[in-house]
Design a protein around this ligand. Sequence first.
Ligand SMILES: O=C([O-])C(=O)C[C@H](O)[C@@H](O)C(=O)[O-]
Ligand SMILES: [Mg+2]
Length: 424
Amino acid sequence: MKITRVTVTPIAFKDAPLLNASGIHEPYALRSIIEVETDNGHFGLGESYGDAAALAVLDKVKTQLIGLDPFNLNRLRAIVKSTVAGMAPAGNSGAELAPGSHASKAVSNAYSAFEVALLDAQARYLNVPLVDLLGGAVRTEIPFSAYLFFKYAEHIDSPYEPDSWGEALSEEQIVAQARRMIDENGFKSIKLKAGALDPEHEVACIKALKKAFPDAPLRIDPNGNWSLETAVRMAELLGDDLQYYEDPTPGLEGMAELHRRTGLPLATNMVVTDFDEFRRSVAQNSVQIVLADHHYWGGLRDTQMLALMCDTFGLGVSMHSNSHLGISLMAMSHVAAAVPNLSYACDTHYPWQEADEEVIKGGKLSIRNGCVGITRAPGLGVELDRDQLAKLHDLYLSCGIRSRDDVRQMRKYKPDWKTVKPRF
Ligand SMILES: O=C([O-])C(=O)C[C@H](O)[C@@H](O)C(=O)[O-]
Ligand SMILES: [Mg+2]
């Protein structure tokens, strides 16, 4: 089997005005859709970042894949490495919460984008679900958590009608957001994205969630925007309300000290984002749970290796997400299905995406009882809807955004918004 065609299509889709430690989401999120076709009529799909820096690498790699056997992933990795080595590193200002946009992740994120598409092609050729190439499913229902955000009711200078979620700044509004997300998807656990408003208020929202959903495991994620002292103080207020405390304070040293002082289980997708950071984290017991993300951890197989390392060193594993569509959701689900020690429900932004903005046939995938199901359909189990792909590509062309920048967007609301961290 040989690759005869590779297409990388940048797309944009509506995104809600979600608040985070950096600033606020822009009206559109960017992704890339990867298609690989083979000489025997098979194809494979992938989804990755759509920022200019990521697209530049994907575009340079794709032409070199013509003639490659999709089973030859070692050759893919060599091509990606040599391509990135020949390119100037890109800056990542404003996109600090999208780890895949960091220049240091150029190899792992481009490799991952194509690895998923090649594994999908392999699996379709063999007529097996992709998870079978990862050792088989240890579970077929993959648990995800409700991912709550503080948000404004609408975007500034809004290019479209306000979303249906409304404002979420108060305790009551956050509880209402959780209730709707749980009613619609059956989620069993809840994550609150924090680091945006006053820490005492964010903790009060956790308390309100605890009261409203006493059985749901809770997490709070201030994205490193709390000083060590603030994180210790909030830990005292939180008591034992949390399942885990996600990236409250910056740095491996800060997290290690916080764990020493509070004993709370700390999770991260910020201080352990590659194997070198993993090694340094283990040496000082900085975190107890690693949130994997195949998009920047170097694909599905490297994510399995990360999970094995977590098992070796007694750490828990779960999954991080950025704004994404269904191909990514299925890739996350297939690898999660093949990770025996997945110890927590995974994160996903998927419920925030609009129903008519999916690129797969049949529209948005369902999350039932808080889970995404894996079937015996070949590959990732999804097909591309070409009309939708064309529509979202047109949106990419017209939206004017070429790289995620939550800081730039927040300065439209607050012109003197600073990037100082930790803010609280
Ligand atoms: O767990 C996390 O840190 C994230 O999901 C990072 C994301 O960028 C999130 O903060 C967002 O979408 O604003
Ligand atoms: Mg996080």
